[in-house]
Every structure is written in C-alpha cells, then in structure tokens.
Write a protein that binds this ligand. Structure first.
Ligand code: ADP
Length: 171
C-alpha cells in the first residue's frame, strides 16, 4: 500500500489545496493531509479549526484523512509509514523554497521521496494569506474555498471586527 503525506499550514484550506489532495488521492492508496500544529500566533484559525475545515472539505475523498503534527514533517511521515511527501507548486512563488526544503528533508530522511504537483492554472494565484486579506476587505471568496471554509471565514472576521471595535471603545 502506498501512503503519502500532504503537509502544510492550511490556514485555511483552499480549493488550490483541495485540487492537490484530489489529484494525489488518484496516485496513492492513502493520502494524509498533515496540518502543522505551529505555535505561530499570526494564524487566523486554531489547529482544531484548521483540521475540522480540512476534514469537512475532503469528506468525499475516501482515501484522504486529516491529522495534525508537530516537529519535523519527515518524522511524522515515518510515524505514519508514508514513503512520499506531496506538495503543490505555484509559478514563481513556491519553487525555490520547496527545493531548499526538499534537499533538507532528503538529508534528514533519505528514503522519503517528494512528489510536487503543479498547481492548476485557475489556482496559481491562490494562497491562504491572499484569501484572508481579500475576505478581510469584504471581497467575494466563495469560488476559491469549500463552503464550510467560506462560512468559517465570514464568522471569524465578524468576531475579530467585534473584538477590534470593543478594544477601540475601551481605549
Ligand atoms: P505551508 O506553510 O507549508 O506552505 P500552505 O498551507 O500554505 O502551507 O501550503 C501547503 C501546500 O499546498 C504547499 O505545498 C503549497 O505550495 C501548496 N499550495 C498552496 N496553495 C496552493 C494552490 N493554490 N494550488 C496548489 N498548491 C497550493
């Protein structure tokens, strides 16, 4: 059985991520979307929220599951007996960083292979950070993310607006 790990921050998962997961699911018996549990305070969604949104987005992909991890990606891959890492590559944005990471991972875990899937044309310019920025400014992001993510983004931004205006009133 072939198992691949598709690691990332997924803050939140987008249709670009989903496209990569769907295509990887055709190549491997099992794909684990590995949500990185990072202490980075700048993330919009908690680890539980990022996992839940990813899970809701892949319910139709029967050989795809979602797990969280901390520490090195290659260690997680070893723990779940995955022999391959999957990443998505967008024009310009990703190549150098992915190359650097791949060489380091190869050094850490020589048996772990990397498969990069080219991002589909319509998702080339889609990133979680740009998505959050557009959502914050009130832009329509409905066709860029699965429905649960669009709903969660809307709710999260309402909460953060209320918190910000509460802070202003108290100052
Ligand atoms: P990371 O912080 O590890 O880059 P991301 O959640 O931003 O986490 O991305 C996870 C993976 O998905 C990376 O390989 C990234 O290149 C890929 N990815 C992100 N956005 C897209 C997209 N629009 N199309 C295809 N792949 C993407």
């Amino acid at each position: 059985m072939t198992t691949a790990v598709y690691p990332g921050t997924f803050d939140p998962v987008t249709n670009g991520h989903l496209d990569i997961a769907t295509r990887a699911a055709r190549l491997f018996d099992k794909v684990i979307i590995a949500v990185y549990d990072t202490p980075d305070k700048n993330l919009l969604f908690t680890i539980r929220e990022r996992m839940q949104l990813a899970r809701q987005s892949v319910v139709d992909l029967l050989n795809v599951e979602v797990q969280s991890y901390t520490g090195l990606t290659v260690d997680f891959a070893q723990r779940v007996r995955a022999e391959t890492l999957v990443r998505g590559l967008r024009i310009g944005a990703d190549f150098e960083g992915e190359f650097e990471m791949a060489l380091m991972n190869k050094n850490l875990a020589p048996d772990c292979e990397l498969v990069c899937l080219m991002a589909s044309l319509k998702y080339q310019f889609l990133s979680s950070s740009l998505l959050k920025e557009v959502a914050r400014l009130g832009g329509n992001i409905g066709d860029l993310v699965p429905k649960p993510v669009a709903d969660a983004l809307r709710e999260k931004l309402i909460i953060s607006r209320k918190t910000a205006s509460g802070r202003l009133q108290n100052s």
